[in-house]
Design a protein around this ligand. Structure first.
Ligand SMILES: Cc1cc2nc3c(=O)[nH]c(=O)nc-3n(C[C@H](O)[C@H](O)[C@H](O)COP(=O)(O)O)c2cc1C
Length: 185
């Protein structure tokens, strides 16, 4: 087995190794306006109920929209949208309508007012269920109340942010199903 010779690494950059799931587009709606932000910092907290913790910087326009409406939609883009994902993260809904600017299609959800993005592979309607950590950590705890996902391809080619402008593009699967304890699947 390979052994790694490690060097001291800056603690403020460890996120480059840890940033986990696909980069997502979070949509919101408040007082007739809609918005989209790009997000890499979120984590699964529980699967039933389906809970997700999201970091939303207080200077983002989305922060107030989501705090006030108590809802959002988490949309999962694929690699074809990489340029749009970065452009959405480079702009603010304070100044532009991002659906119009980036040619994305807003689709009504079933449980929340925030729109689904039709060009994304999956969209999860969320309600804010715990606001206690917003003040201290800008961390919003959402419950997924409705989920919509395409069925093909089975494993979408998602993009995963590594920091420093680099994305990892989802690649080959390693099937280790037979090694798993059932409760860990
Ligand atoms: C790859 C990427 C990941 C990002 N992750 C986050 C994040 O997790 N939380 C956050 O608050 N902002 C994140 N941002 C920055 C926001 O998307 C950015 O501030 C955006 O302009 C906010 O839009 P808004 O002002 O319309 O809400 C990310 C940007 C990029 C490009």
């Amino acid at each position: 087995m390979k052994k790694y010779q490690k060097k001291i690494f800056p603690v403020e950059k460890v996120r480059r190794f840890l940033e986990p799931g696909p980069t997502i587009l979070v949509t919101s709606a408040y007082q007739g306006a809609t918005n989209i932000m790009t997000m890499g910092w979120y984590t699964i907290l529980e699967f039933s109920p389906s809970l997700i913790g999201c970091f939303i910087w207080e200077q983002d326009h989305s922060f107030e929209m989501i705090k006030k409406s108590k809802e959002c939609v988490i949309n999962v883009p694929t690699v074809e949208l990489a340029e749009t994902v970065v452009a959405i993260g480079n702009t603010t809904g304070k100044k532009i309508d991002k659906f119009a600017q980036f040619g994305l299609t807003a689709v009504n959800g079933k449980k929340v007012a925030a729109p689904l993005i039709q060009e994304c592979y999956a969209s999860f309607e969320c309600k804010l269920v715990d606001a206690k950590l917003i003040k201290k950590y800008s961390l919003f705890i959402f419950k997924v109340v409705a989920a919509h996902a395409a069925v093909s391809p089975k494993y979408p080619t998602t993009i995963h942010y590594r920091g420093d402008g680099q994305f990892m593009v989802a690649g080959k699967n390693l099937n280790m199903r037979k090694n798993f304890k059932p409760q860990n699947l």
